[in-house]
Ligand binder design. Structure first.
Ligand code: UT7
Length: 318
């Protein structure tokens, strides 16, 4: 028994914020942002729009693509760092909005690696007999945890959601998963704040050591891709598409270079979406599925890295 992805979907909030618009309020420029990150624009959730709303729209599209009804769903996992509320989980809120009930629903908090973690868990729950049809979503509203006066972070992130439906399969769709974390790097990318007796304590904004994150990301993304290739007795030449966490085009290019993979086999949506944390990989996946680049039988290498630090890969046969 294996699992495979039967459908994908995405949702991006209507409002697009360009680099030029950002530069009206903070000391930056379109040229700086494009050359350092590859980002041209990002989507921003409307006031009152919640992470579960973004997740709902992406989920409905994934269910449609998979031709699966809500009633057939028996597992919902949402990877998010920006939940609607402290609790209940965004997955439970999404379950109610979808009109599903009964099956387990929970959030995974692994920051930008969240989708890879969630996909690995859903695969093991299906192959282990704990679930049959799973909805796995990455959904984020980073615009609410950014200090919009800090040009070092506010230019990098955006809002959005991507979803996949995972179903049982006789042939392996999910070929392998490898997950890692090292909490010793907890301070180089974090939101060091929380709620304490009715007030926010600490700083409820993204804090980042950009250089340290850059170096760490390139190192572990290449390592974890190699780990997956070795486990599957494959080589870089077998990767049809590398779908990395969409943090920065330079991180993605450097990772491809370390793997000796041509850049035209890397799916990149960071220019249009910016870094949407746990949503970035399923967003990129859905774009490439719907524009026809990803075709049956191809091998996809999904690699994530993020705060924690966390990192991991899922190797997929489409
Ligand atoms: O999911 C993971 C999330 N995090 C990341 O992906 C971040 C990884 N790191 C990076 O992507 C890069 O380190 C950055 C894009 C954040 C920065 O690029 P960099 O080439 O490492 O620039 P830098 O930090 O060395 O800064 C160069 C200059 C500095 O000015 P001085 O000190 O040379 O005068 C910065 O103050 O650029 C300045 N700067 C900016 N200038 C215009 C920093 N941010 C901006 C900005 N606009 N937005």
């Amino acid at each position: 028994m294996h699992s495979r992805i039967a459908g994908t979907g995405r949702y991006l909030p209507e409002r697009v914020l360009t680099n030029d618009e950002l530069a009206l309020n903070v000391a930056t420029s379109d040229e700086w942002i494009r050359t350092r990150t590859g980002i041209r624009q990002r989507h921003i959730a409307a006031n009152g729009e919640l992470t579960s709303d973004l997740a709902l729209a992406a989920a409905r599209r994934a269910l449609d693509a998979a031709s699966l009804s809500v009633a057939e769903l028996d597992l919902i996992i949402v990877a998010t760092t920006t939940p609607d509320v402290v609790f209940p989980s965004t997955a439970c809120i999404l379950q109610a909005k979808l009109g599903a009930r009964g099956g387990p629903a929970f959030d995974v908090q692994a920051v930008c690696s969240g989708f890879v973690y969630a996909l690995a868990i859903a695969d093991r729950m299906i192959t282990g007999g704990l679930a049959k049809n799973a909805l796995v979503v990455g959904a984020e509203i980073y615009s609410r945890i950014l200090d919009w006066s800090d040009r070092g972070t506010c230019v990098l992130f955006g809002d959005g959601a991507g979803a996949v439906v995972l179903v049982p399969s006789e042939r392996a769709g999910i070929m392998s998963a490898h997950l890692h974390a090292d909490g010793h790097y907890k301070d180089i990318l974090c939101v060091p704040g929380t709620v304490d007796r009715g007030a926010v304590t600490g700083t409820p904004f993204v804090h980042m050591d950009g250089h340290a994150v850059f170096k760490f990301a390139v190192k572990v993304l290449a390592e974890v891709a190699h780990e997956a290739l070795t486990a599957n007795r494959k080589t870089t030449a077998d990767i049809d598409w590398l779908i990395p966490h969409q943090a920065n085009i330079r991180i993605m290019d450097a990772t491809a270079k370390k793997l000796e993979l041509p850049l035209d086999r890397v799916i990149s949506t960071v220019g249009a979406h910016a870094n949407t944390s746990a949503a970035s990989i399923p967003l990129a996946l859905d774009v490439a599925v719907r524009d026809g680049r990803i075709r049956e039988g191809q091998y996809l290498m999904l690699v994530g890295v993020g705060g924690g630090f966390t990192w991991g890969s899922v190797f997929v046969r489409w």
